[in-house]
Design a protein around this ligand. Sequence first.
Ligand code: PGA
Length: 248
Amino acid sequence: MRYHPHNRHFLFFVQPDYEEMSRRAARHLHAKVRERPDLLLCAATGGTPTRAYRLFAESWENHRREVSRLRVVKLDEWGGLPPGDAGTCEAYLREHLLGPLGVTPDRYLGFRPDAPDPAAECDAVASALDERGPVDVCVLGLGVNGHLGFNEPGPALHPHAHVAALSRESLEHPMVRHAAGAPLFGMTLGIGDILRARSVLLLVNGAHKREALRRLITGPVATEFPASLLWLHADVTCLCDADAAEGL
Ligand code: PGA
């Protein structure tokens, strides 16, 4: 049985390859910033959005002032890694988004990887997001297990920013393969923060995401596959490459 007919709330586009998927994603983000210059962008990290962020940053090269009000919130962070570790989401965002776009600290919100009290850190991010939000565009990657950020599969999901136990799939994620130590937990925006975003841009590439994408497109809405909750959202654009979409 197919649960989800194609509909105008969940637009699904297959691009020939990673480069084309990234180009289209960058154009999508560029257009959103033109519409709303103080846009609040929720940024995922990981292998998926890297090229899109690069192209997005490059697209403003001759119009830097037009992107000077962009605001960014970090989707999630590994807990227990040393703050300067190259595996942190913080290091990733500085390299790929915050640095290239010159996002000043007053326009950035994110969990500190070395926060002394992670639960208090999540509460602080939750209340700051409450003031600054909602997110305008939420850029997401798709976990091989269907997670979004560190909203991991399970019998229940958490609406707000919270400390999360990491799944085996997350602990094996390439980002932390060369980290100084294994992450101990995650800090993540909640599924409610994602569903409250005005729009979602979901990026999916590679043959290793094929099964996850198939479950997303054809499976039921269930907390055991958190990405499926995106079917409850009113404005999702899913861009994927042909490798991920093969067989769909
Ligand atoms: P990836 O990670 O972009 O590196 O594939 C996505 C995720 O696991 O959430």
